[in-house]
Design a protein around this ligand. Structure first.
Ligand code: SF4
Length: 217
C-alpha cells in the first residue's frame, strides 16, 4: 500500500466508523450502549473478524476488550504480533441482546454496509475469521471443527478460519487447538506476501462473485 493509498484507506475507515456509530439500519441498534466499528491500522496485513460485541465491548465501543480480548492479545503475542499490527472487527457492530446469535438479516445488513467496505479499504493479505459466523461469510457450509487453522482461498482473499477465543475460554480443551493455529500465522502471512509479489493470474469472467453477492446462510 502506497502512502496515498494508506491515506485514502484511513479516510474511508473513518467515514465508515462514523456511520456505524450512528447506524439504525437493523434492530440491534436498539439495545446497544455503543456501536463497535473496529480498529487497527489502515494498512494492516492481517484482519481479524469476530462475531459481535459482548458486554465489555458494548460499554467501551472497542472490539475484544473483555476476557476474550485478553486471550486474543496472548494469542497475537504467540504469533509475534501486537494489536497495533492488525485490524480487528466484527460481523455485526452492535451487541445482540443477551449475547444471542445475530440473525441472518442483521448479519446481511451490517456486513453489506460496513464490514465488506472495511475489507475493501484495508485490502488485507490475510483474513482470520474467529468463530463460525465470521467463517460462514467466506466459507459457507464448512464446519469450523473440520477446517480450523487451514488457509483457504475464497473470493480473491486468503481466509484462515479459527475458533473464537471465547470457545477456548469456555472449553479448555480447545485452547491447544487455537494456540497451534495462531502459531502458524507468521508462516501463512509470509507465504501470502510471497504469492502477492508474483505476477497476478488473469481473472476469468466467471470467477466467483464479490462478497456482497454471497448468500450468507
Ligand atoms: S448491527 Fe450493524 S446494521 Fe445493525 S444497527 Fe448496528 S451497525 Fe447498524
Amino acid at each position: 500500500m502506497t502512502a496515498s493509498d494508506e491515506t485514502i484507506a484511513e479516510s474511508d475507515l473513518t467515514i465508515i466508523a462514523q456511520e456505524v456509530r450512528g447506524c439504525q439500519l437493523c434492530p440491534l441498534h436498539q439495545g446497544r450502549t455503543r456501536a463497535v466499528p473496529g480498529e487497527g491500522p489502515p494498512d494492516a496485513k492481517i484482519m481479524f473478524i469476530g462475531e459481535g460485541p459482548g458486554y465489555h465491548e458494548d460499554r467501551q465501543g472497542r472490539p475484544f476488550v473483555g476476557p476474550s480480548g485478553q486471550f486474543l492479545d496472548e494469542l497475537l503475542a504467540m504469533a509475534g504480533l501486537k494489536r497495533s499490527d492488525v485490524f480487528i472487527a466484527n460481523v455485526v457492530k452492535c451487541r445482540p441482546p443477551q449475547n444471542r446469535d445475530p440473525q441472518p438479516e442483521e448479519v446481511s445488513t451490517c456486513t453489506k454496509n460496513y464490514l465488506f467496505r472495511q475489507i475493501d479499504a484495508i485490502n488485507p493479505r490475510v483474513i482470520v475469521t474467529l468463530g463460525r459466523f465470521s467463517m460462514a461469510l467466506f466459507l459457507p457450509g464448512e464446519k469450523i471443527s473440520r477446517i480450523h487453522g487451514q488457509p483457504r482461498a475464497s473470493h480473491g482473499r486468503l481466509i484462515v478460519p479459527m475458533l473464537h477465543p471465547a470457545a477456548a475460554l469456555h472449553q479448555p480443551q480447545n485452547r491447544p487447538l487455537i494456540e497451534a493455529d495462531f502459531q502458524q500465522l507468521p508462516a501463512i502471512l509470509a507465504n501470502a506476501e510471497e504469492q502477492a509479489a508474483q505476477p497476478a493470474a488473469p481473472v476469468k469472467p466467471d470467477d466467483e462473485p464479490p462478497l456482497e453477492q454471497l448468500s450468507l446462510f
